[in-house]
Design a protein around this ligand. Structure first.
Ligand code: PLP
Length: 407
């Protein structure tokens, strides 16, 4: 066969079937134009042209497939959606303007007034606010329960329960949910089981294989991996994703083509980045456990973690997020954070650069005091998103934090 055969230029997705997530992260979802570019093209256009008024009418009328307007579809955004859907093992994906827009769009398209949601307590602070403040205004009530107590989930189920929502591992305490148990409970009650897979990404965990109906990402985190863009995505079967798509097409929280391109390129390095994050995080978690000023380390890779065995079963790695408490309160936590020099004080996570946060006054600062207590967000808690710097340099910088506690 000579070079130039079309089948080598436009690889059908079916040729990638059964391939590993490492391969899919590099190859799935590519849309190659007639220019035969090797790297993915970017389509920064708000609308698309037609050859005739009749063709425009056919597109708008749905008789002819194709792009119309980038609030609806855009080839760069579709390329990202195709890749992440393949990696999560989902039929379809819909990209959104942010991770929160992904959660909101899921709720707006699949819930209605009178429905009830059960959500784990240890979720990202803004997710809690979205359910508790905003969804409640539209008559969707949410009960918050402990992520790890399956009997509490069972007890919270009502006839109107339509969605069980979790993050696993949770932010910031790295608790791990039993996804098989919660998906069975959801399905026995005709409810959707929705998993925010932000911490693990499909490299370490594929919730759809554990009965999740929908997977949500803040693409802002590991999918980008270099802290450049805000975005989100919902993945799952077409029967739900078509509803989510209908909502974003009408309401407008779509992903921009530029951001989609950044995320598409980010996915290509996700497998090797995740392994580097996991290696550094495990080593640091073990090291932190030996420090005299540390009270407790929260990381599912530690044998001391209550869901260590479950995490080993569900995940192929323990992720890059490590939280710990220092002896003392807010003053000591802040002194530690300010004592580090290289690590960035910022609330974002999933970056190749290590970041450090005080959840009680930043990411979870808007929670009511009693909700903070229940979610375990104490004043002496520090969250590290462990990057891919050399492990010894990370220890050197954290040692400056410990030194600041002694001074
Ligand atoms: C676990 C998790 N889910 C969702 C979000 C929200 O994502 P975004 O900031 O992209 O809206 C975040 C943000 O930090 C998060 O940590």
């Amino acid at each position: 066969m000579s070079h130039g055969h079309e089948e080598h230029l436009w690889i059908p997705e079916s040729d990638l079937e059964g391939m590993s997530v490492d391969t899919l992260s590099v190859r799935a979802g590519q849309i190659r134009t007639g220019q035969l570019e090797h790297s993915d093209a970017i389509f920064p256009t708000s609308s698309f042209v037609y050859g005739s008024a009749a063709q425009a009418a056919a597109r708008f009328g749905g008789e002819e497939a194709g792009n119309i307007y980038s609030r609806f579809t855009n080839p760069t955004v579709q390329a990202f959606e195709g890749r992440i859907a393949a990696m999560e093992g989902g039929e379809k994906a819909v990209a959104t303007a942010s991770g929160m827009a992904a959660i909101l769009s899921t709720c707006m398209s699949l819930l209605k007034t009178g429905d009830h949601v059960i959500c784990s307590r240890g979720v990202f602070g803004t997710t809690n606010v979205l359910f508790q403040k905003y969804m409640a205004r539209f008559g969707v009530e949410t009960t918050f329960v402990s992520l790890t107590d399956v009997s509490a989930w069972q007890a919270a189920v009502r006839p109107e329960t339509k969605m069980l929502f979790i993050e696993t591992p949770s932010n910031p305490l790295c608790e791990v949910a039993d996804m098989d148990a919660l998906s069975s409970l959801a399905h026995a009650n005709d409810a959707l089981f929705v998993v925010d897979n932000c911490f693990c990404t499909p490299i370490l965990q594929r919730p759809l294989e554990h009965g999740a109906d929908l997977v949500i990402h803040s693409a802002t985190k590991y999918l980008d991996g270099q802290g450049r863009c805000v975005g989100g995505v919902v993945v799952g079967p077409a029967k739900y994703l078509d509803e989510v798509y209908g909502f974003i097409r009408s309401a407008g929280p779509t992903m921009s083509p530029f951001n989609a391109w950044v995320f598409q390129k980010g996915l290509e390095t996700l497998p090797i980045r995740m392994r580097a994050h996991c290696d550094n995080a495990l080593e640091l978690a073990k090291w932190l456990e030996t420090q005299p000023s540390v009270e407790k380390v929260f990381y599912a890779g530690l044998e001391s973690h209550p869901q260590h065995e479950l995490a080993k079963k569900q995940q192929s790695g323990f992720g890059g997020m490590v939280s710990f408490t220092v002896k003392g309160g807010r003053e000591q936590a802040w002194r530690f954070i300010d004592g580090t020099r290289m690590i960035s004080i910022t609330a974002n996570l999933g970056d190749v650069k290590t970041t450090i946060t005080h959840p009680a006054t930043t990411t979870h600062g808007r929670l009511a005091p009693e909700d903070k207590v229940q979610a375990g967000i104490t004043e002496n808690l520090i969250r590290l998103s462990v990057g891919i710097e050399a492990i010894d340099d990370l220890k050197t910088d954290l040692a400056r934090g410990f030194q600041a506690l002694e001074d």
